[in-house]
Write a protein that binds this ligand. Sequence first.
Ligand code: KIV
Length: 263
Amino acid sequence: MPKKLTVTTIQQAKGTAPLTMITAYDALFARLFDPVADMILVGDSLNMTFAGKADTLSATIDQMLYHTQAVCSGAPGTFVICDMPFGTYTDKTTALDNAVRVYRETPADAVKIEGGSDKAPIIRHLTSHGIAVCGHIGLLPQAVRGEGGYKIKGKDERSALQLIDDAAAIEEAGAFCLVIEGVKADVAARVTEAVDIPVIGIGAGNAVDGQVLVFSDMLGLYEPFVPKFVKRYMDGAALVKSAVQTYKEEVRERTFPAPEHTY
Ligand code: KIV
């Protein structure tokens, strides 16, 4: 089994082979990703895909702790990041209290925080207390209501320079890596060049240090909305529906259970 990455080996990966990050919300899928993924993100996207809500905003720290415990149980060999949900890092004290809960109540390796230079003092507070922090800039799902939708960033030079400043501030605050979401590819490339920490892209093109996808998107399990940047590596929804339909037919026909499934 490949050796589990650490904040040090993740940072050293910059400029080598791109890193692969995937989300997981439970031990079942985490166990499948454990031998392959470099990092698993317990994303607050679970509020949409797992809990069926319209956005991520109502996810709570207790929910994130529950799912992070499950993912860590399923993926003991993978570096696990717990997303800090909306409202849990509004100031230094709140952020530290909640991040300490992540470390005390789960074996997660790091936390992730959305926001740019405005969040640098909070990131610095966490890193100075021994918490590993992954930043998240560009399209910020937790800002969906405040910004009136999911907004692609880096569309003009001002926005590009802001993203570069944000990445530099997050690096300076001690983050070990950062996610860049929904950003024009050429701008994401400039951000990647501007910092020494790995920049993991989602909807940010190819010239970054790694990629992250929401597992239910890339496995074709989540049907309500498929963002442009998602590649569906399988049609999971069709496979599941077809299997359950076949099961139903066999139950009706009494061909399941067959003798080999019977005591
Ligand atoms: O919550 C999540 O899954 C995320 C990814 C989109 C990066 O933050």
